[in-house]
Design a protein around this ligand. Sequence first.
Ligand SMILES: [Cu+2]
Length: 258
Amino acid sequence: MKKFAGRYNIICFLAIAMLSLVLFFGNSRNILAAYEGGAVSNGGTITGTVKIAGDAPEAKTLKVDKDQATCGHDDIPSEALIVSGDSAIKNAVVSITKISKGKKFEGGTTTIDQKGCVFIPHVSMVPPGSTIELLNSDDIMHNLHSWSMKNTAFNEGVTGHGKLPKTFEFPETIKITCDVHKWMTSWLIVQENPYYAITGADGKFKLEGVPAGTYTVQAWQESLGKTTQEVTVSAGGEAKADFELEEKSKKKRKRKRK
Ligand SMILES: [Cu+2]
């Protein structure tokens, strides 16, 4: 009887283990296969500008209070919100939130550098499954701390002129900081599909090769959050979508007044 129970336990254990494996790999494959890339004939474009609602806030600076021989003695301009004279926002990310099929997903950033105690680029994007070289071009120790939930989080030191390759499997907006120098922040967006753009100083963006259809397009900025709108693209056509993002403090004040 004991022998039978032992065998029964082993069979149950193996069955559960196999089921777990099937569910795990099936599930992760589903996540990775969420977007199907291929040729798009007669795709349209979505263009527009991302601006801040109301007056542009005063530009902020960050205090450099460590390793000044390498990082410099002066305060550095904060990149948390860069607004030009005509309210245009730099480094906003515009993307189609859900699209299952479209153009091939290629490109994306290959490196994020820590140079002069600043992350370069400040905002970047990669397809899921990409490996990025996280570099340290300085001659001092930096740290790489990823505040990720879906991808494996890391918090590791990187020596001067060292590098740390990391792979990002799942779509997620990830804040990366250097815990040695508190002013250093970068944002990596592991984007589900290739329909994204990071705005330049003029706040402008262009999404190309979009199959005809109606989509939810999102504009996101690290300090202001996100907003969405429905955009319809016709075959070979150009759809316009301008976005306005509001400062969180202004939103709160409005809510209180209501
Ligand atoms: Cu650092």
